[in-house]
Write a protein that binds this ligand. Sequence first.
Ligand SMILES: Nc1nc2c(ncn2[C@@H]2O[C@H](COP(=O)(O)OP(=O)(O)OP(=O)(O)O)[C@@H](O)[C@H]2O)c(=O)[nH]1
Ligand SMILES: [Mg+2]
Length: 198
Amino acid sequence: MNIQKTVFEGSFPTYGQLPAPSLPEFAFWGRSNVGKSSLINMLTRQKQLARTSRQPGRTRTFNLYRINDQWRITDLPGLGYARVSIAQRRRWEQEIWRYLHQRTALTGMLYLVDSRIPPQRIDLDTLQRLLLLPVPLTIAFTKIDKLSRNQLAQSLQRFKAALKKTLAVIPMIIPVSVVSKEGQEELLRWISEQLGTE
Ligand SMILES: Nc1nc2c(ncn2[C@@H]2O[C@H](COP(=O)(O)OP(=O)(O)OP(=O)(O)O)[C@@H](O)[C@H]2O)c(=O)[nH]1
Ligand SMILES: [Mg+2]
């Protein structure tokens, strides 16, 4: 896929404020700081389209990007950010699940997992719930430039073993790095496939 035009459409604090679901949409989700915004910049080949940060919890709204006037990316607030109140966190999660269940334009779900850390309960539980949705899901295994090839293989194996224990179906896993650009083409190919525009 050739990305020629990317437009930031805005930040929307609640599901009810989102623009009409007029284009196919891909949601990017995962734990806070996993690299969602960085991956959006990499895919769209923009430096600072999506705001990234060393501090977790940067994305606090639904951020919408329109690509080629053809489809959209929704950058969702990171899961499990500890520095906001539990009540605030619940409110976000409720909004996100409402979006995931009700957004008719939702065409694909990209769930990001940090390749450097052991399998986390919150990721496994969330993936289990996401797989109940009628939406194709792929996992992006992020920040792989920080691991050696050996470490990556081990980490992938450990993660797949954890998935097998929890999930009936193992989703596709695409290793990615915004530093080395690994995974970029594969991810764009997956998106094209879901759009039916390969
Ligand atoms: N080395 C390396 N660093 C990365 C990669 N992707 C993201 N990072 C770094 O990880 C940190 C968090 O990245 P963000 O893209 O802001 O993460 P996010 O998931 O959008 O975070 P929130 O919006 O806070 O939930 C930043 O310091 C990024 O530079 C990667 O592939 N490799
Ligand atoms: Mg972000």
